[in-house]
Design a protein around this ligand. Structure first.
Ligand SMILES: Cc1cc2nc3c(=O)[nH]c(=O)nc-3n(C[C@H](O)[C@H](O)[C@H](O)COP(=O)(O)OP(=O)(O)OC[C@H]3O[C@@H](n4cnc5c(N)ncnc54)[C@H](O)[C@@H]3O)c2cc1C
Length: 447
């Protein structure tokens, strides 16, 4: 890796160009969303500045172990839904964390993004001013104010937030939790599972993180139980030889009523069904992809309980009236949505509101807060749309009217709880392709 530029280099760049250098596009975050956006901007003729608070790029999929979520993380998404070049050889169905991070590194190097990225530098605040933003950046680890030597103010025309969704761990408020006598963790607190050896552990939540944690805890703990709220299906990563997302795509292509067809096909196979198992409503049921826990659940190595309603010292009470004691609780309950660097900006849903602020002109979001979350293929499409809009000076109102008349709009707009569902991705990407191809706007050529 060639991680050359740091905060001091940004300082030097600014003083060389008369201190607060005018930057056309500043990307906050060098994760997969930031990388996808930077590549799109380059292709549209814009050289962005990327600010990354960590010492390495890739975000959750960084080769730097300290930035990764947890060891053992494996991509759920099919290879065609990762942020990879079509030319990437040696594709496999589900990349391990290390394999995917290495492929992201190749992409980063291919587009020479190290020449654009400043590491160990954090955007602390973006203030709106007349023709853009005044962006405060600080050296990571520095808490000096605006006048400190470790801080800098940049004049920026377009700010593109690609800083990810995972900042504020979310733990639900539970009556009595303060008085709990056992250990309490959020998933983000844990990087080794040995501490759960021979303990009775309750995991709260059966999303993708809850599923992975249940699997890893069950390797060492005396017992592993998962508390689940609402209808949930756990499906394997692959089904009938295809990655599950590709498999769903093929069912959808063949059957109009694809949801009930999927229920017929998956039902009775190795899946976990909690709640109303006869129906699979994509807008209501949670679908978790995890091959490892299905067998363990059926063999009685992982137990499922209802939602917690009350905590009494070391006993937890569940909504079906059961109660049980545990040594430790791990909340795999995700994160609160927040945009830490910009005040007073609320998120709206919608295909354009996902990427452009309605309140603040020239403020863009990639991978956050997408209807689908920050999955790489959507981030790539969003990055392309934003790059196209900036290069062609299209504002949010124009974008909205273009979007609403694009073919496949309905498909693109369709919501789903299955975060990586291919068909909706295809709809979204189709209409991005359409908008970026309409003849009135010409892309600049990057020289
Ligand atoms: C456990 C887990 C499993 C997942 N599995 C999958 C999967 O299988 N397939 C899939 O497609 N998606 C998966 N995802 C979704 C994941 O969010 C995306 O794959 C992707 O990593 C999101 O990229 P991002 O760049 O938006 O955010 P991140 O990867 O979080 O990167 C954000 C970057 O911005 C930097 N940053 C943040 N704030 C600032 C600031 N103020 N100044 C400077 N830098 C800043 C951070 O240091 C980080 O490098 C998973 C997510 C989690 C948590």
């Amino acid at each position: 890796m060639n991680l050359t530029k740091q905060f001091a280099d940004l300082q030097e760049m600014c003083s060389a160009s008369g201190n607060a250098t005018g930057i056309e596009a500043l990307v906050i975050g060098g994760g997969t969303s930031g990388i996808a956006t930077a590549i799109s901007l380059l292709k549209a003729g814009i050289r962005p500045v990327i600010i990354e608070q960590a010492g390495s790029f890739g975000g959750i999929w960084s080769l730097d172990r300290h930035m990764a979520c947890y060891k053992g993380l494996i991509q759920n998404t099919a290879p065609n839904l990762t942020l990879l070049d079509a030319s990437t050889t040696d594709r496999k169905n589900h990349y391990t964390y290390h394999e995917y991070a290495s492929l992201i590194e190749d992409l980063y190097n291919k587009y020479q993004l190290d020449s654009l990225t400043f590491f160990n530098t954090r955007v602390s605040q973006c203030k709106r001013c007349d023709d853009g933003f005044s962006v405060e950046v600080v050296k990571t680890g520095s808490d000096k104010g605006e006048t400190g030597t470790d801080s800098l103010s940049l004049d920026v025309e377009h700010v593109i937030y690609a800083g990810g969704l995972y900042h504020k761990p979310y733990v639900p408020e539970l009556p009595g939790l303060d008085s709990y006598r056992g250990e309490v963790y959020h998933s983000s607190d844990i990087d080794d599972f040995e501490r759960f050896s021979d303990k009775h552990v309750l995991i709260v939540g059966l999303g993708n993180t809850g599923g992975d944690y249940a699997n890893m805890v069950s390797e060492v703990a005396a017992s592993t139980t998962v508390s689940v709220r609402g209808d949930t299906w756990v499906v394997p990563k692959s089904f009938q030889g295809l990655p599950i997302d590709e498999y769903i795509q093929t069912v959808r292509a063949k059957h109009e009523d694809y949801a009930s067809q999927l229920v017929d096909n998956l039902y009775g196979e190795a899946v976990i069904k909690i709640g109303a198992p006869q129906t699979l409503d994509f807008t209501k049921a949670r679908i978790t992809v995890n091959s490892d826990i299905i067998g363990k659940y059926h063999r009685g190595l992982i137990h499922i309980v209802d939602e917690i309603i009350d905590v009494q010292e070391s006993t937890l009470c569940f909504s079906n009236g059961d109660s049980q004691s545990f040594d430790a609780i791990i909340f795999c309950t995700g994160y609160e949505m927040s945009l830490p660097v910009i005040d007073d900006v609320s998120f709206d849903e919608g295909l354009v509101a996902n990427i452009a602020s309605k309140q603040v002109r020239n403020l863009w979001f990639i991978g956050c807060p997408a209807v689908w979350g920050g999955s790489p293929p959507v981030a790539e499409a969003q990055g392309r749309l934003v790059a196209h809009a900036i290069a062609n000076e299209i504002d949010i109102e124009q974008l909205e009217s273009l979007v609403s008349t694009a073919p496949h709009y309905e498909q693109g707009e369709q919501l789903t709880s299955l975060g990586f569902q291919v068909v909706e991705f295809t709809g979204y990407i189709n209409f991005v392709d359409y908008i970026c191809s309409v003849g009135v706007f010409k892309e600049r050529v990057y020289g």
